[in-house]
Design a protein around this ligand. Sequence first.
Ligand code: XLS
Ligand code: MG
Ligand code: MG
Length: 399
Amino acid sequence: MQACGGGYSPETRRKYYISGPQWAAAYQGQALFHAPTRAPIGFEDVIREFAKIGIGYWTTHDTDVIPTEALGKEEQANIVGRIRQALESNGVECSMVTTETFFHAVWAASPAAEAPEVRQYAAWRLANTVKIGHELGAKFAVYWPGSLGYYTQGAIEETQTLRWYADGLNAACEADIELAAKYKRPTLRHCLEAKPFEPQAEILLPTSDAMLAFIASGLLKHPEMVGLNPEYLHELMWGGAPRAALARALLAGKLFHFDINDGYRLKHDVDIGIGLVNPLDWLNVLVLLRSHNYTGPFNLDYKPPRTTSNYGVFAVSFPTAVDRFITLWEMAGDVIADPVIHEATEALKAGGGPADPLDVEAVTAANRELLTLHELIAHRMVQILLGPHRGRVYPVMPA
Ligand code: XLS
Ligand code: MG
Ligand code: MG
């Protein structure tokens, strides 16, 4: 880390709305074909380490911190009390809570299963998470319906399952309205998170766009309370352009929260740290968000690789992820202010000159040279990304 140089100070890092998930820091490296490589770690250590790094916000699933069987019991209240204490003494805030509706065996047929008792339990779990959110001071609740789908076709009826899923969200929003009044707080912002595959074979709401359609379907009682938590990699996984997916969410006024990470197209959810795979695409994403004044959280929903040690999670993995984000965010500011890109963009918008708009050949000819600027803009962005030779000329061979 010393050899790499140039890390930001914890004070600087805290100026950004960056949140660290409990589950990311506590991820032990396990997967279907992988045994864990790291020892378990609890929320007290995670919150303390986040604070030291300068990650000012913390996010959690209910069962990341409370055992399933203790939910709703006295033990829950004790744990929530301990979390509040850990947050307070480290100057960290809880920004988001989310319900685990994918891991426990009760969700084998999803939280919108046929059996009414499963759905009643799901509605209770969502409401209980909203309550925990209010108790911890959170502003957002996230829903990743990863188990909403199937392995074998025909057993579930999709329209019915989606109606049942909407019932769960409706229960969460209604509980929120009551709890917010009780705690004298604003209601939470409820954010749907899509992923195109995993853990079901087929997913009923696989993309952010599918979720926008679901929010507008008429099934939700409070569609104004519900928006999106897109995850960068989840849009890339299906082959989409994350920046375009974010643009559609912005146009719909539904970009509430954003999970940041990196990875590859058409692969499983590898959850690599931001900017390690697609830094140029990330720069572009942040240019879009900066130019539209996105003010929501950037949630570090990645997984430190299983080759990283417990020590390395906090000494290398988290600080470097935060620092790459900050650098890319500041570079996005450079792109927006760049005179070359500005001039090129304005020239493109002005068009190629006086031409009869109904004369197709004249319109084409008038823009022929101008459109070369598309490639120039891309070149300029790479110059800004790579930095050192921006606008400068180096002798390639010593004179
Ligand atoms: C899983 C999701 C998950 C959500 C919260 O792929 O990214 O981590 O962000 O349940
Ligand atoms: Mg996520
Ligand atoms: Mg992911």
